[in-house]
Write a protein that binds this ligand. Structure first.
Ligand code: ATP
Ligand code: MG
Length: 580
């Protein structure tokens, strides 16, 4: 909880103002029953109307003061809590940006979303309530006890029996509430994760007519949340009757004992009324405590989850120390006995891979699905680091390079072309923010998407829906390629990025890549994309099984031959140049 609380520091003054106005309100409220007792004893019982009017007016003025205090307190509390949440969200977001890929493996996106939204709101509410209600409660209890004792300590003696009991009860509630609400919060997380997955895969769910199944899955988890929340709330509900019992018992004692004291002229009716008033204030404030416990238990669970993000260990933060790159990378990429396993897994997905890609050459990577091609790609821009072996770029170990600068020179087109909400041009400019319009058009032309963009009513200013929903698969792929080309990379990584293109468009695209001064890696399932590559690597089950050119592999590799025949048929075996 402490770490989150440091976000309140900048607002110390405002919090001071909120607390000041809270005290004004509280003191006035505490004073009112005291005045009331005087009005009864000296005014009403003595038939002194002017006394009643005078002090009645004072009470009226004090009420107005309390009201103003309350309003100003709310004003400042709102300001503090909103600013606090703003700062917290900002820091969380910035922290998430620094996470390495590994971190996302154990902190799933849905959980991060809950932490940045729901959990922050939870803390925000608690800060607000602390300044408005929570701080008030203990002060109200202490103040009322003091006032009651001042009025008549003998009559108020019953409080000494009740208060310890109340505290004991409260402590029990705190323990219980914390556990219960932690579980509630975990369930909120699950609901979010199912919901998110469902919304993202809506098309697929509809296509496979899985709505009923998804409905059921959601119902189960939704039900869990309901049950856990209900249990927590029900437990907290016990507070009210217990407190009422305490309250009524103590009022009875005061009335019974007060009655005999009034008869023996040791006490006044007004004092008894005031003490009963203070006792009900004390017990009703305790009922606020159950609400406070609830808020704090939730806030505590939330702050733990938020702090988990804020204090994530160094190992999971991307380090950018490495050497700065003085020049543009030449583009020589060398794998040396590289093995790799995903964090927290047992098996190597890549084993002892060694090869060299010389600058400005093209390397095609073939292999069956799940062979480890994408995993191999992710190692080049250091999205993950190798488990064993080394990757050298321009003869330098990439672990010694500044990963931000390294990535700045790599154009990566991931297997799933991901676009962001915004215009087409904004999406392309992600490749290089300061690119001129000319550069954007050229990149789009090379990616074979320029004409298509122009055919849209708003051209380059056309809006792309969330994740590119209003574009075809092939259009998305080509936009993602244009984005990478705009960067004029030294190393271009195309992960199955032409899978949705027809052969003719693909051939044109590959031809235009020759304009670029870079080493090109193409993962592909299609021989047509590999045929003209300077080198073809065949990956199978994490191992590099064959390496060569189209012609050499066609002679030496059974596997390559098999793939080739399966795509072209045995009769027409064109040579490399002819097949294009
Ligand atoms: P495809 O042609 O289908 O894209 P691929 O060759 O690109 O396949 P990879 O994505 O590299 O295959 O996956 C290789 C292996 O690594 C698979 O067995 C997969 O289960 C595993 N794998 C992939 N991503 C992760 C991950 N984030 N955590 C753990 N294992 C993973
Ligand atoms: Mg892949």
């Amino acid at each position: 909880m402490m770490k989150s609380l440091t976000f309140l520091k900048p607002y110390r003054l405002t919090m001071g103002a909120a607390i000041f106005f809270l005290l004004v309100e509280l003191i006035v409220e505490l004073y009112q029953p005291y005045i009331l007792s005087k009005i009864i004893d000296k005014g009403i019982l003595n038939n002194d109307l002017s006394y009643v009017t005078k002090w009645g007016l004072v009470m009226l003025v004090l009420s107005v003061v309390a009201f103003i205090g309350g309003v100003l307190n709310t004003f400042y509390s709102t300001h503090v809590s909103q600013s606090f949440a703003f700062g917290l969200r900002k820091s969380l977001f910035e922290k998430v940006q620094t996470f390495s890929f590994t971190t996302f493996n154990f902190l799933p996106t849905s959980s991060l979303i809950t932490r940045l939204t729901n959990d922050v709101t939870q803390l925000q509410n608690t800060v607000f309530m602390s300044l408005r209600i929570i701080l008030r409660a203990p002060l109200m209890v202490v103040g009322s006890v003091v006032m009651a004792l001042i009025l008549d300590w003998k009559l108020s003696f019953v409080l000494f029996f009740i208060l310890p009991l109340l505290f004991f009860f409260l402590n029990w509630m705190v323990q219980k509430g914390r556990e219960l609400f932690k579980r509630v919060q975990e369930n909120v997380d699950s609901v979010n994760s199912v919901l998110r997955e469902n919304l993202m895969g809506m098309k697929l769910i509809k296509a496979f007519v899985r709505n009923d199944f998804e409905d059921e899955r959601f119902q189960v988890i939704n039900n869990n949340l309901k049950r856990k929340t209900a249990t927590a709330l029900k437990t907290m509900e016990v507070t009210m009757p217990v407190l009422l019992l305490f309250m009524n018992a103590s009022i009875l004692v005061v009335l019974w004992y007060g009655n005999s004291k009034v008869h023996s002229n040791q006490s006044n009716i007004g004092e008894i009324v005031a003490i009963v008033n203070y006792i009900s204030r004390i017990t009703s404030t305790f009922s606020v405590f159950s609400f406070i416990i609830m808020a704090f238990s939730r806030a505590r669970a939330s702050s733990e989850r938020i702090e988990e993000v804020l204090t994530i260990e160094e190992d999971f933060i991307e380090k950018n120390e490495g050497n700065k790159l003085r020049n543009r990378i030449e583009g020589k990429v060398q794998f040396h006995d590289v093995s790799f396993q995903y964090p927290n897994t047992e098996n190597d997905v890549l084993q002892d891979i060694s090869f060299v890609a010389y600058p400005k050459t093209s390397i095609a990577i073939l292999g069956s699905t799940g062979a480890g091609k994408t995993s191999l790609f992710q190692l080049i821009p250091r999205l993950y680091d190798v488990s064993e072996g080394t990757i050298l770029i321009d003869d330098q170990d990439i672990r010694k390079m500044n990963s931000k600068e390294l990535r700045g020179q790599i154009g990566y087109v991931p297997q799933e072309a991901l676009l962001f909400t915004g215009t087409i041009k904004e999406n392309l400019l992600m490749g290089r923010e300061n690119a001129s319009d000319e550069d954007v058009y050229t990149a789009a032309k090379h990616a074979q998407i320029h004409e298509t963009i122009l055919s849209f009513p708003n051209g380059y200013e056309s809006k792309i829906g969330q994740k590119g929903v209003n574009l075809s698969g092939g259009q998305k792929q080509r936009l993602a390629i244009a984005r990478a080309l705009l960067r004029k990379p030294s190393i271009l990584l195309l992960d199955d990025s032409t899978s949705a293109l027809d052969l003719k468009t693909e051939a044109k695209l590959i031809q235009s890549l020759k304009e670029y001064d870079c080493t090109i890696f193409i993962i592909t399932q299609k021989i047509s994309s590999a045929i003209n590559a300077d080198k073809i690597l065949i990956i199978d089950d994490g191992c590099l099984v064959e390496e060569g050119t189209h012609d050499s592999l066609l002679e030496s590799s059974k596997l390559y031959k098999a793939i080739y025949y399966s795509q072209y048929g045995r009769e027409e075996i064109p040579n490399a140049k002819g097949a294009n």
